[in-house]
Ligand binder design. Structure first.
Ligand SMILES: Nc1nc2c(ncn2[C@@H]2O[C@H](COP(=O)(O)OP(=O)(O)OP(=O)(O)O)[C@@H](O)[C@H]2O)c(=O)[nH]1
Ligand SMILES: [Mg+2]
Ligand SMILES: [Zn+2]
Length: 337
């Protein structure tokens, strides 16, 4: 009895401590808001989120005489979940500026965190460069998951095979080129690059011009290295692969935006291992496989689940060789996850 009472008391104490933490955080946010009202803040103006650090963001002015000026900013409590690439209204401050509101986004790239919840990564991106490499070895299902996410948000993807200097062995080269050709056949643009041989960089540059692009892909494929190679003067931290697993070490931890001297912006993003699309319906996932479009709606049964159902137009297309079996298997794996 005494024991139960104690644990209830302990629970109460834990809840109390937690509530106090929440209250203190809210008080700090209110205080920061108040301090900014009394400080000499500049006029509201347009800006863009360059990077995100906990409670603060780095904002770049995109209008006015001092266009290009960068300042750390506090974010008003009513402005939620800003991400790199967001267009905002902000006011310059003596030390810290303040973000007053977020303008509507034309695209939002999201991906799951460790707990499987979808978290936005970058906003207003119109181009997704999905980087793969011979090492760490690519797995097709991760590529397909990224492509579904890109199709669902209307962001155009391009597949970049980096580290082609590691493809001296013919078997390895053939295997990766066969993988790329699956995607070329269904209309995705692909390109090969090597930061080590400085190969494919001009082609990449021409693709990046005048658009906002984001580099995504597994940790260790060389996203930051590519940005270092493309942007003189930028010196991002890159990390060697782990000696035993040959996997990346999650070197980049926040998404950050860089300007391209000839016009266009690049966002580096942290690499990931997993990519779940649990919150997308099977219909949306099917739409994310662009070569399925001609067959969707042609199955014998309107509620076809494409899983061995009689008269399934997708399965028939696989049999005829019009849909690659690996892509169909990948689709089933995603919807059954
Ligand atoms: N052989 C070879 N190695 C490369 C090439 N590009 C990058 N690397 C190496 O790959 C490793 C990982 O590079 P990063 O640029 O840190 O990879 P990342 O994709 O940014 O990784 P995260 O930030 O962890 O997501 C480093 O050891 C780089 O030197 C290349 O073209 N060829
Ligand atoms: Mg990186
Ligand atoms: Zn079907």
């Amino acid at each position: 009895m005494a024991k139960r009472k104690l644990s209830r008391q302990q629970r109460w104490r834990i809840e109390k401590v937690q509530q106090e933490k929440v209250d203190r955080a809210a008080k700090r946010a209110r205080k920061a808001d108040d301090a900014l009202v009394h400080d000499a803040l500049g006029e509201p103006r347009n800006g863009r989120v360059m990077a995100h650090f906990g409670q603060q963001v780095e904002i770049e002015a995109v209008d006015g005489e001092d266009c290009g000026l960068v300042q750390r900013c506090h974010v008003r409590a009513n402005v939620t979940s800003l991400v790199t690439g967001d267009a905002v209204i902000w006011r310059q401050g003596p030390e810290l500026g303040v973000v007053e509101s977020c303008l509507p986004r034309h695209s939002l790239l999201a991906r799951p965190n460790m707990q499987g919840q979808m978290k936005p990564v970058a906003a207003n991106v119109d181009h997704l460069l999905l980087v793969i490499a011979p090492e760490p070895e690519p797995f097709a299902n991760l590529i397909d998951r990224y492509l579904v996410a890109a199709e669902a948000t209307g962001i155009e993807p391009v597949l970049v095979l980096n580290k082609v200097d590691l493809l001296q062995m013919p078997e390895k080269r053939e295997r990766l080129e066969a993988l790329l050709s699956i995607y070329q056949r269904i209309g995705y643009q692909t390109l090969q690059a090597s930061t080590q041989l400085e190969q494919g960089l001009d082609h990449l540059k021409s693709l990046l011009k005048d658009r906002i692009s984001v580099f995504v892909g597994q940790s260790g494929v060389g996203k930051s290295s590519l940005i270092n190679a493309l942007l003189p003067g930028v010196d991002l931290r890159v990390g060697a692969l782990s000696e035993d697993t040959r996997k990346g070490r999650h070197t980049t931890t926040t998404a950050r935006l860089f300007h391209f001297p000839d016009g266009g912006d690049l966002i580096d993003s942290p690499g990931i291992r997993e990519f779940s699309l649990e919150n997308l319906s099977p219909e949306i996932v099917a739409q994310g496989f662009r070569e399925f479009h001609d067959y969707l709606g042609s199955c014998r049964f309107r509620d076809c689940r494409h899983q061995g159902d009689l008269g399934c137009a997708l399965a028939e297309a696989v049999t005829r060789g019009d849909i690659h079996p690996e892509r169909f298997a990948s689709f089933l794996r995603i919807i059954n996850a």
